[in-house]
Design a protein around this ligand. Structure first.
Ligand code: OXD
Ligand code: MN
Length: 622
């Protein structure tokens, strides 16, 4: 019997320290259940050695040196970019692979129409074949990690094994990884097991490649038993399993069962000129500017935005009855292209050093470059594939989904409360997408249930963060389409139910919808975006403070004619009107599209959201 012959529920949950020989090489005090699981993974995957990660600086340093020696990364010019590295991935391993991401719930209906479902025992049998001997010739690293500050009542623990030292370095940045996490498990915390292999076993004497991976890829989740298996990719969310696989897909199922929310949201603290602070959580599809908003430098005097998280938020009703949120991550895995001193000066400052870049271009003097970093590219570069590049090459120098991986601690705008174990109190929730048409700059929901409708109907033009045709419009409810670990209809119902609980126990946060990407008739963006998005935040804060700067519209409340602070902006009235225009015909056509989308959830679709759609149609026809 090996790991995949039986689900996790059939295994030990003994937390007493493991005895030799089970825990060979494990640090003293390693819980028996962790040691037993590691032994089972090793029996299946047959690594040449096992390394138990302590998460120390020394360990990170040694791994970076190893990666340099193996040719996976190169050190950048230390004078320009201290202690920073560039990794070039395999050309077939550059983004999240939604088509190879599986939710293997017992019943297909529980995965729902937006997920790829496979019958769990059939998937176990398939994975058994795939993982057998997959780590031969490689070291298997064992990474205990905490999502959320160590010891926080909102944190959750996991253990990932991987045969990729690049993934260890990345996980070390993105999570609290190492000894402190295993100590939490030893104290009794539940933990989620995650197995990762690049799927490139090495025969004796076989020369390794810089970026080992496999053409066949699997990112598999067993939601009921909280297990993750990933094979064949070393890129981002496919391989850093703490992030999308655990903190969103598995955590969303835990959240449903335990009465909280695991969301694809940034977290910010906004302070007005009077010194009053508010916390906002905002969901946007991948590569729609979450990191930019999370680190925004407001263009309006007196306002500050501080960063708590840029990608994932876990929200629950705290002991005080307020809605509270933590950022479960410890770093940023941000999209590089488009990041510049103009669009995100804070990110640029964050990346001064200690950063691992993946698939960006490299300048002649050993620094990084990507499209949008400067308005004119350098005359000569090495592109993300490692080839010489010039502006005449006609191909992007950096891959459109190239990334930086950097500790959140390096971010100059990080809020002093970002690691508050109790989380911060959430005052408002924002939903956004990339929409050239139909969706106004900002709308306030009429109430929580209408807000859930706004979240459920997010659509966005596809970006390069996942495979697929860039620019195509797709429904991405709550920006969770690729990340909900269960039936999205049930997920909507969970949000509605959560609102009912909030109404009983606490002040219900306001809900807003934004769209920075609306285009005018001439095809250009109507709104300057970036630091000027603070003007929209200002309007939200004024709404939170009860100011009457809103008027009703079919889609929700929008700013009154003088409600939005446009001072100092060169934006004529006609363009402002276009930003808020609600074309009834186009919106009724969109309502038909939403109806079809809702219908895909069959009887799992909550009646309340169907009612919200009818209410919208009624307002549009009035
Ligand atoms: C991400 C994504 O990497 O959403 O955050 O794709
Ligand atoms: Mn994301």
């Amino acid at each position: 019997m090996t790991l995949l012959d039986h689900p996790r529920t059939a295994r030990t949950t003994d937390r007493t320290p493991a005895a030799a020989p089970l825990a060979a090489g494990a640090p003293a005090g390693t819980p028996s259940d962790v040691a037993a699981w590691v032994a089972e993974v090793a029996e299946l995957t047959e690594p040449a050695a096992i390394h138990w990660c302590d998460g120390s600086t020394r360990e990170r340093h040694d791994l970076l040196q190893l990666l340099v020696a193996q040719g996976t990364i190169e050190q950048l010019n230390p004078e320009l970019r201290p202690y920073s590295f560039i990794a070039r991935s395999d050309e077939g391993d550059v983004a999240r692979l939604e088509s190879r991401t599986f939710i293997c719930s017992e019943h297909e209906i529980d995965a729902g129409p937006t997920n790829n479902w496979r019958e769990p025992s059939a998937m176990r049998a398939e994975l058994q074949g795939v993982f057998r001997g997959s780590m031969r010739g490689r070291t298997m690293y064992v990474m205990p990690f905490s999502m959320g500050p160590i010891g926080s009542p909102m944190a959750k623990l996991g253990v990932q094994v991987t045969d990729s030292p690049y993934v260890v370095v990345s996980t070390g940045t993105m999570t609290r990884m190492g000894t402190a996490a295993i100590e939490q498990i030893a104290l009794g915390a539940d933990w989620v097991p995650a197995v990762h292999s690049v799927g490139a076993p090495l025969a004796a004497g076989q020369q390794d490649v810089p970026w080992p991976c496999n053409d066949t890829k699997y990112i598999v989740h067993f939601p009921e038993t909280r297990e993750i298996f990933s094979y064949g990719s070393a890129y981002g969310g496919n391989a850093i399993l703490a992030k999308k696989a655990f903190a969103l897909r598995i955590a969303s199922v835990q959240a449903r069962d335990e009465g909280w929310l695991a969301e694809h949201m940034l977290l910010i603290k906004v302070t007005s000129p009077t010194g009053k602070a508010y916390h906002l959580a905002a969901a946007f599809p991948s590569a729609c500017g979450k990191t930019n908003l999370a680190m925004m430098a407001p263009s309006i005097p007196g306002w500050t935005v501080e960063t708590i998280g840029d990608d994932i938020a876990w929200l629950r009703i705290g002991a005080d009855g307020r809605l509270r949120a933590i950022n479960p991550e410890a770093g940023f895995f941000g999209v590089a292209p488009g990041t510049s001193p103009k669009t995100n000066p804070t990110a640029i400052d964050t990346l001064w050093g200690n950063t691992v870049f993946t698939n960006v271009a490299v300048t002649d003097d050993g620094d990084v470059w990507w499209e949008g970093l400067t308005s004119t590219p350098p005359a000569k570069l090495t592109d993300w594939r490692g080839n010489p590049w010039s502006p005449e090459s006609g191909t992007p120098a950096a891959h459109p989904n190239s990334r930086f991986t950097v500790s959140a601690r390096q971010c100059p705008s990080i809020a002093s409360t970002w690691e508050d174990p109790e989380g911060v109190v959430i005052d408002a929730i924002i939903f956004g997408g990339r929409r050239a048409t139909n969706v106004p700059l900002v709308v306030e929901a009429r109430d929580w249930d209408h807000g859930v409708f706004l979240g459920a109907t997010i659509a966005s033009e596809q970006t390069a963060a996942a495979e697929g045709t860039v620019g195509e419009l797709r429904r991405d409810p709550f920006a969770m389409l690729p990340f909900a670990g269960y039936n999205m209809g049930d997920y909507f119902a969970h949000w509605l139910e959560f609102g009912r609980r909030l109404r009983r126990s606490a002040r219900v946060p306001r809900v807003f919808q934004v769209n920075w990407f609306r285009k005018g008739a001439d095809g250009s963006f109507l709104w300057p975006g970036f630091g000027d998005n603070a003007r929209v935040l200002q309007w939200m804060v004024e709404r939170l403070e009860g100011e009457a700067c809103a008027q009703e519209s079919p889609l929700g409340s929008i700013p009154t004619a003088d409600g939005l602070n446009l001072e100092g902006l060169d934006l004529d009235e006609a363009r402002v009107e276009e930003l808020f225009a609600q074309d009834r015909e186009a919106l009724l056509a969109e309502a038909d599209d939403i109806e079809q989308f809702f219908a895909t959830f069959g009887d799992r679709m909550p009646a309340e959201l169907v009612r919200q759609l009818e209410l919208l149609r009624g307002r549009l026809r009035a």
